[in-house]
Design a protein around this ligand. Structure first.
Ligand code: NAD
Length: 474
């Protein structure tokens, strides 16, 4: 791990295994609370260095790190695919997005602007002139999940460096290697030491200290609702950004291009084995189109190639662990026992769970209300758009949604009425680029990511007022 400017090894380690066959890929140090304290002390110095770096230097470092990753794309993609559950195709796409995230961060560094303030709007302030500018908040703690082990880390590290902050990353315990490779890219790019640390260890051992330490000014968390709520309760007086889960809805109306809707939602449901915060979980289809949609959908799912992640021909690999696959199996079995019908699916084998489509799912079973975070999608026929919107909103999540329609008025009705942070017209809920604001409502979180918006969250305005000797001349 990279802490307080040094690469550190320890006797006590955590094994990083390939979920496909449980083979050992590598080990990383199991950090202790002392290691965390050392990291935070180092970051205090790092924060001073980071804040004093001129913008052109920050841009140069971000662009160099992006170029390094581009040159070594194969190694980065293989690491994501090996330690996580993405296929090599999905992992390669993630590396390309990470490069974009860093390049956008470099661009945003030059746009951290302030404004002049017309103080003379207040009576008695005619002799004041001033402005505000944005200053870095200091040290950011980044806690990240397993499902995008490189790009979701870059989404915090890029903006932190662009805005002149130090950052301590605690990557997911099961997928730390991609985050360590990101740190290597920044070291090669000449980032001064102690600006970025990547500390590996269990959230339950080192998490509390990181989250509660008074020197940490912001906790930027991406992960599950339960962990997010616990962290938010503990963090105290600091900024928090919470990118949490969802069970995203997509609405398909009779006037939609049904074939395109099928292609897009199958991909949106099973990307990364459904372990995607934006993944399509619930599809509401207007009754008249239901039969056509569901038979095309099931047909497409049955063509999915499930198997070895490292093959270019594979569409879907294993889940992140057998434990997770067992949880999904349990939720599906519960739904079926309560009356749901399985249109396609099959048996679990170790960490592999087949792409599964359910219908007639009773509203009170777990899978209908919670985030599946696995390769299962629920189809619902609905009478009309109003019913689809009402059912879409009737959960404790609201990250993104999709609607397929060729009627602009209906699209606008959904835009206005759906409780989500983003709505995609004629696209699946999982459409995202790295330059857009991204985040949710309700149990899906607080604050927005997307480089420009993260930069705002990682900086604060400082007001400057000059009192002149006389009323200012225009
Ligand atoms: P998780 O909540 O189990 O873990 C996330 C991180 O929190 C890990 O690094 C973990 O080690 C750490 N952690 C756990 N307990 C902690 C504690 N007490 N203190 C500090 N840190 C602690 O999530 P996961 O299983 O890795 O990821 C899946 C979840 O992430 C899903 O719910 C998914 O929807 C969500 N997610 C959200 C987004 C988004 O941008 N909204 C993106 C990807 C994933």
């Amino acid at each position: 791990m990279l802490i307080a400017g040094k690469w550190v090894e320890k006797e006590e380690v955590i094994e990083v295994c390939n979920p496909q066959d449980n083979s050992l890929i590598s080990t990383v140090p199991a950090a202790s609370e002392e290691d965390m304290l050392l990291t935070i002390e180092g970051a205090k110095e790092g924060a001073k260095v980071a804040a004093s770096m001129p913008v052109h230097q920050r841009m140069n470092i971000l662009n160099k790190a992006a170029a390094y990753i581009e040159e070594n794309l194969g190694e980065y993609a293989a690491t994501i695919a090996l330690e996580g559950s993405k296929t090599i195709r999905e992992a390669t796409a993630e590396v390309k997005r990470c490069i974009q995230t860093l390049r956008i961060s470099a661009e945003e560094a030059r746009r951290i602007n302030g404004e002049t303030i017309p103080f003379d709007q207040a009576e008695g302030s005619e002799d004041r002139i001033g402005y505000y500018y944005r200053f870095p908040i200091g040290i950011v703690a980044a806690i990240t999940p397993f499902n995008d082990p490189l790009n979701l880390v870059a989404h915090k590290v890029g903006p932190a460096i662009a805005s002149g902050n130090a950052i301590i990353v605690k990557p997911a315990t099961v997928t730390p290697l991609s985050a360590l490779l990101l740190a290597e890219a920044f070291e090669k790019a000449g980032l001064p030491s102690k600006v970025l640390s990547v500390i590996t260890g269990k959230g339950s051992v080192i998490g509390d200290l990181l989250v509660t330490h008074p020197a940490i000014r912001m906790v930027s968390f991406t992960g599950g609702l339960e962990t997010g709520e616990e962290i938010a309760r503990k963090a105290g007086l600091k900024k928090i950004s919470m990118e949490l889960g969802s069970n995203s809805p997509v609405i398909v109306l009779n006037d939609a291009d049904i074939e395109k809707a099928v292609e897009s939602t199958v991909s949106g449901a099973f990307y990364a084995v459904g372990q995607n915060c934006l993944g399509v979980q619930r599809i509401y289809i207007e009754e008249e189109s239901y039969e056509t949609f569901s038979s095309l959908f099931v047909n497409r799912v049955q063509q999915y190639q499930v198997g070895d992640k490292m093959l270019n021909t594979t569409d879907m690999g294993p889940m992140i662990s057998e434990t997770e696959a067992i949880r999904v199996e349990r939720w599906v079995d519960e739904a079926v026992a309560m009356g749901a019908r399985r249109l396609t699916g099959g048996k679990r084998e170790g960490a592999f769970y087949p792409p599964t489509v359910l219908t007639d799912v009773p509203p009170d079973c777990t899978i209908a209300r919670q985030e599946i975070f696995g390769p299962v999608v629920l189809l619902y026929p609905v009478a009309d758009l109003d019913t689809a919107i009402e059912q879409s909103n009737d959960v404790n999540y609201g990250l993104q949604a999709g609607i397929f329609t060729s009627n602009i008025d209906k699209a606008f009705e959904a835009i206005g009425k759906m409780d989500v942070g983003g709505i995609m017209i004629n696209d699946s809920s999982d459409y995202r680029i790295d330059g857009m604001p991204f985040g949710g409502v309700k149990g899906s979180g607080l604050g927005r990511e997307g480089v420009k918006f993260t930069v705002q969250e990682m900086t604060e305005p400082k007001v400057v007022s000059f009192k002149l000797a006389q009323k200012r001349s225009v």
